[in-house]
Design a binder for this molecule. Structure first.
Ligand code: DGY
Length: 418
């Protein structure tokens, strides 16, 4: 294990750009929002100032409306498409104009709880909580204009689960007309069979162009997007972050933030219940554009364990994971291996992601469902031993997939082994 930790720290240091980390050299040469927040957990075990700095850098690029963008293009790099010129958000340091799972609030609370340098932790948490809270408020204002308690994503990239089968039907409604020709760069860094299709890329870009035509006014994007999906995992992360923000703010005497965060978390938890799908035994997405559930058995509906869901739901998710275990060798597959859309090495259509395992395990342990946790965490370590610090792994064969030498994979290993 010492050797594994040493190797993981090497990955973090190789991907360290001083004030932020890149997810991996080549494929993702900038700062990604949720990658950074989760990667900070790894740094926190041996360099607390560096851990805080990672999240601080992310929040320094928050928009005035409260949104924290999904990519910050700190340095030019033509190895990535779509770069800053495609987004044209007009920021001094260019960023994209969409967001990503709001895991930073959770990360700040966790790093705070474990911090050895208490003075530094308090100073950093005090400075960051108002920003994180503003981001959460932006979510409920701009992505839940009807006040349902659940936020929608307007682009698959926002979910972090870019090419999940969850989006397939909804994505059909995104046109491709008017998307000029472009050259993908991802497929020159990673095996194309592990990546989204060209057809999906055209639709990804159509949406970017659509939002650009709205002048990146994030208050208009919800109603204007043909792709409008409520993802249970995405909401669970936001709810958990609101809950963690509430707890931490209360401890620091930031009463207003505490009360508002608590209220958002409670409303979210209640609304999450509407996404429960009894026949599948898990939560599912909801297509807000047409007002119908999306009956797709993906890990998005299991990631809900990360939020303070009712105990009987957490118990049911354990049964669901036990069922999935019968059709794969490594938990937790990002899509049900018995389902037609399953594709073992293809990004979010099958592979195991360590960050997902970590969040699900954390939530189940909190819910008193810890019995399955050693299995979920043990599978993470078996995958790394067999196949290294890949972006993701095939849940049947353990094949390392996507980009190699991956920051948040390494951070999760450090987190698990400490
Ligand atoms: C990509 O480029 O594949 C990223 O996931 C977008 O965020």
């Amino acid at each position: 294990h010492d050797e594994m930790i040493r190797h993981a720290r090497q990955v973090l240091s190789d991907n360290d750009r001083g004030t932020y980390t890149v997810p991996t050299h080549g494929l993702y040469p900038f700062q990604w929002n949720w990658d950074s927040a989760l990667s900070a957990l790894g740094f926190a075990h041996y360099d607390e100032p560096r851990a805080w700095l990672e999240i601080e850098t992310l929040l320094a690029h928050q928009w005035d409306d409260g949104m924290v963008p999904h990519i910050i293009f700190h340095q030019p790099d033509d190895g990535y498409f779509p770069g800053p010129d495609v987004w044209s958000t007009g920021r001094e340091v260019p960023t994209t104009g969409i967001t990503q799972p709001a895991v930073a609030g959770f990360a700040v609370r966790r790093i705070f709880d474990r911090a050895r340098d208490r003075a530094l932790a308090e100073e950093k948490a005090r400075a960051m909580l108002p920003k994180i809270h503003a981001w959460h408020r932006w979510f409920y204002r701009c992505r839940d204009p009807q006040g349902t308690g659940l936020v929608a994503i307007v682009h698959p990239w926002e979910s972090g689960r870019d090419n999940s089968a969850d989006w397939d039907a909804a994505f059909e409604r995104v046109p491709t007309e008017g998307v000029g020709s472009f050259t993908r760069r991802d497929t020159s860094h990673a095996n194309p069979a592990h990546r989204p299709t060209d057809e999906q890329y055209k639709r990804y870009i159509w949406l970017v162009q659509k939002f650009r035509s709205l002048g990146w006014d994030t208050s208009k994007m919800h109603d204007a997007s043909p792709f409008l999906v409520v993802d249970p995992g995405f909401n669970a992360i936001l709810i958990r972050a609101c809950e963690d923000t509430a707890d931490l703010a209360a401890r620091l005497g930031m009463e207003e933030i505490a009360a508002e965060s608590r209220a958002m978390a409670e409303k979210g938890i209640e609304a999450l219940e509407t996404l429960w799908h009894e026949p599948l035994g898990q939560y599912v997405c909801y297509d807000r554009a047409i007002g119908a559930p999306i009956e797709s058995p993906s890990v998005g509906g299991i990631l809900t364990a990360f939020a303070p869901i009712p105990h009987h739901r957490a118990a049911a998710l354990v049964r669901r994971i036990e069922t999935l275990a019968k059709s794969c060798n490594y938990l937790i597959p990002s899509h049900d291996p018995t389902h037609a859309a399953f594709d073992g090495p293809c990004y979010w259509r099958g592979p195991v992601w360590l960050i997902v395992n970590y969040m699900v395990a954390d939530g189940l342990a909190r819910a008193g469902q810890g019995e399955i946790v050693p299995r979920i965490i043990g599978d993470c370590l078996r995958l790394i031993e067999t196949s290294g610090f890949a972006e993701y792994h095939d849940p049947i064969t353990a094949e390392p997939c996507g980009g190699p030498h991956f920051t948040w994979t390494a951070a999760m290993v450090i987190e698990i082994l400490n």
